[in-house]
Design a binder for this molecule. Structure first.
Ligand SMILES: C[S@@+](CC[C@H](N)C(=O)[O-])C[C@H]1O[C@@H](n2cnc3c(N)ncnc32)[C@H](O)[C@@H]1O
Length: 290
């Protein structure tokens, strides 16, 4: 797979640094080649869930289980699925400017209301630079930049993508657990034959700059041990940034591929990422062993 650059429009209303929608075509081939079409598809680190949604919309999988530890992300998923009208109403009504930004940012930090937090998460994600919640508004507080705060806030498009998600609510289950807890639940409730797991954990390097929740070295280690021992019979794919520490952890344990991608959060620079896989056959011939 090395050498290919995958880009694809996401069906998620969330802009996600490192989002994996670009793997859709590849993942479709993986599912077909491994007789996994119509399986249950689980993502322990779902984020915007663009890849999962595209597989569901194309009827490649029968159900998606989306988990994320971040209560803000979970609240948005919950609001999209169960407070659809109210959320869309808030989007229609809001004025996309710096005053709203300041107001929403305050609410984002203080509210315990699911709908309010869900809306704040979506709003900040659409108006912050590169969709990074910790970053400032597009165009700056003085709005002197080339691009203005509302340049990524196409209300109609956002609402349409939310309505499409809500239409599928019977086939989408959401969770707000730590990934390892979620994986233990998966193991308890599903046999290796009925489920496929795609894992996109926070990056080893720079994870703390991109996400509100990130991993320390030992967290990456715990995940590795769990996957290699407890989920050895399950079918899974794991992606990571190309870091020597991750390579060291998985070395000689599972096969891997290098993938070449381009992310806008990274100033449109190309990056090589790692893709480890277990109990599946990849649709290419150039497999490598870690
Ligand atoms: C690399 S992003 C996933 C991006 C996603 N694949 C997409 O395409 O949008 C990692 C996600 O993992 C979540 N996360 C971080 N630590 C976690 C944990 N311990 N358990 C579950 N989710 C976690 C973060 O909130 C973040 O949304």
């Amino acid at each position: 797979m090395k050498g290919a650059i995958f880009m694809r429009k996401t069906c998620s209303p969330l802009r996600y640094p490192g989002g994996k929608t670009f793997l859709s075509d590849f993942m479709k081939k993986v599912l077909m080649q491994n007789n996994l079409t119509n399986c249950i598809y689980a993502e322990p680190y779902a984020g915007g869930g663009g890849l999962a949604l595209s597989l569901l919309y194309e009827r490649m999988v029968k159900k998606i289980l989306l988990n994320d530890i971040d209560p803000a992300i979970f609240s948005l998923w919950y609001s999209m699925l169960y407070f659809t009208e109210q959320l869309c109403g808030k989007i229609r009504k809001c004025k996309v400017d710096i005053n709203t930004y300041i107001d929403v940012k305050k609410k984002f930090k203080t509210t315990h209301n699911v709908l309010e937090l869900g809306f704040a998460t979506l709003f900040l994600n659409r108006v912050n630079r590169s969709g990074i919640l910790k970053a400032g508004p597009i165009g700056g507080y003085k709005q002197e930049g080339k691009y203005k705060i509302d340049c990524r806030f196409n209300k109609e498009k956002i609402i349409q993508s939310i309505l499409k998600i809500a239409e599928q609510r019977e086939k989408i289950e959401i969770f707000n657990l730590d990934a390892l807890h979620f994986l233990k639940e998966i193991k308890q409730n599903f046999s290796p034959e009925e489920i496929f797991i795609f894992l996109d954990p926070p990056y080893y390097q720079k994870g703390n700059e991109l996400y509100m929740n990130f991993y320390k070295h030992e967290d990456h280690q715990f995940l590795c041990e769990f996957l290699i021992t407890e989920l050895r019979d399950y079918k899974w794919i794991l992606t990571y940034d190309n870091s020597p520490q991750i390579m060291e952890m998985y070395k000689n344990k599972v096969p891997f591929e290098l993938i070449n991608v381009r992310y806008s959060a990274n100033k449109n620079r190309e990056a090589i990422e790692l893709l480890f896989y277990n109990n599946i056959v990849l649709p290419t011939n150039n497999k490598r062993s870690a």
